[in-house]
Write a protein that binds this ligand. Structure first.
Ligand code: UDP
Ligand code: MG
Length: 319
């Protein structure tokens, strides 16, 4: 029989936390009102994580696992988990217990009230370095302002998803995945639960600065057209500057006797003007590349919450 709940946990070199993770997650699973599975995804760990995961699977039939052949990164590991999870309700959480599993029953409660996406929003990050907190804070605000969809601030991947949403995510072929963005993009009724983010249970952060930076760029590029338009904006700005300078130069030349303006001024105006033309042209190319990017991402045109009253399938009726 298929489980009702699937808990997805990506694991990369987490040998020091796996047992504690299992202890806390399984006690939550025991308390849930229906059957649950724990899907562990080994993301090419180089420590003893995989043997430990195998052991858990042997001890407890609710534990199933996938092992990726190398380290593909967190987002891909979670995607693999979403592909394999069989539950009606899917919960994604980190292995390091920064996302307290005890929050899950509360999230399930929201799901029962009819929400299809319940994401956990952190109110505080305890014991994380100032640099991480500052960069994360700035990034989430930047993303919120620039993104085309409303991506809530201070939410990680810790969330509950309804089967309907997961089926949709599984059909999206996008390779550079930013799940928090896609999760907002699909729509449906969404809500949050608030929590304080605990420090890591054990081990070091697996997200190096470059991995975090890559994820941040990915989020911005996948969900915002603003970076694409930067060169147009700068170009238009230079054009205005060139125009103002040209007017000033002309004015001085014609109306101010003995003005200090020399031929150099004309050259500078010309340079600014040409620069503006080039930047705007690059911006135009950018717009086309952006269109190509949209097409290649191959996201569905729309996502459906409900359909009623069609006797035949839409695809048939259109023929
Ligand atoms: N992780 C992963 N692959 C990676 C890096 C991280 O599967 O290449 C997993 C890691 O095991 C943990 C989660 O992603 O379960 C979050 O990683 P981490 O705690 O290092 O990041 P942070 O708490 O800074 O978001
Ligand atoms: Mg962590």
């Amino acid at each position: 029989m298929l489980p009702t709940y699937s808990l997805i946990v990506p694991i990369y070199n987490e040998e020091a936390t796996i047992h504690e993770l299992y202890r806390r997650v399984s006690s939550v699973m025991n308390r849930l009102d229906a059957t649950a599975e724990l899907v562990l995804i080994n993301d090419g760990s180089r420590d003893r994580s995989l043997p430990l995961i195998r052991e858990l699977h042997q001890q407890d039939s609710r534990v199933c696992y996938l092992s990726l052949a190398r380290n593909f990164g967190h987002q891909i590991a979670v995607t693999a988990g979403l592909n394999f999870a069989r539950g009606q309700v899917i919960v994604i959480l980190d292995a390091d217990l920064q996302d307290p599993p005890e929050l899950i029953p509360g999230m399930v409660e929201k799901w029962r009230q009819g929400y299809q996406v319940v994401y956990a929003q952190r109110t505080q990050r305890r014991k994380e370095g100032w640099f991480k907190r500052l960069t994360a804070y700035t990034f989430y605000r930047l993303l919120k302002n620039l993104a085309d969809v409303d991506i809530p601030t201070d939410t990680g991947d810790f969330c509950l998803l309804d089967r309907q949403v997961v089926d949709l995510l599984n059909t999206m072929p996008e390779r550079n995945r930013y799940l928090r963005g896609l999760r907002s993009w699909v729509g449906f009724s969404q809500t949050s639960v608030k929590f304080d983010r605990d420090p890591r249970f054990a081990g070091d952060v697996k997200y190096t600065f470059s991995k975090s930076f890559g994820l941040a760029v990915n989020g911005l590029v996948s969900f915002s057209k603003v970076p694409l338009r930067i060169s147009t904006y700068v170009g238009l700005f230079s054009a205005v500057v060139a125009l103002v300078m040209a007017i000033l130069v002309l004015y001085w030349r014609i109306f101010v006797p003995h003005s200090p303006v020399t031929g150099l001024a004309t050259i500078i105006v010309a340079i600014f003007f040409l620069g503006a033309v080039q930047l705007v042209s690059i911006g135009i190319l950018g717009e086309y590349i952006g269109r190509i990017y949209e097409e290649v991402k191959n996201r569905p045109l729309y996502t459906l919450g409900e359909v009623a009253g069609f006797e035949r399938q839409p695809a048939e009726t259109s023929r």
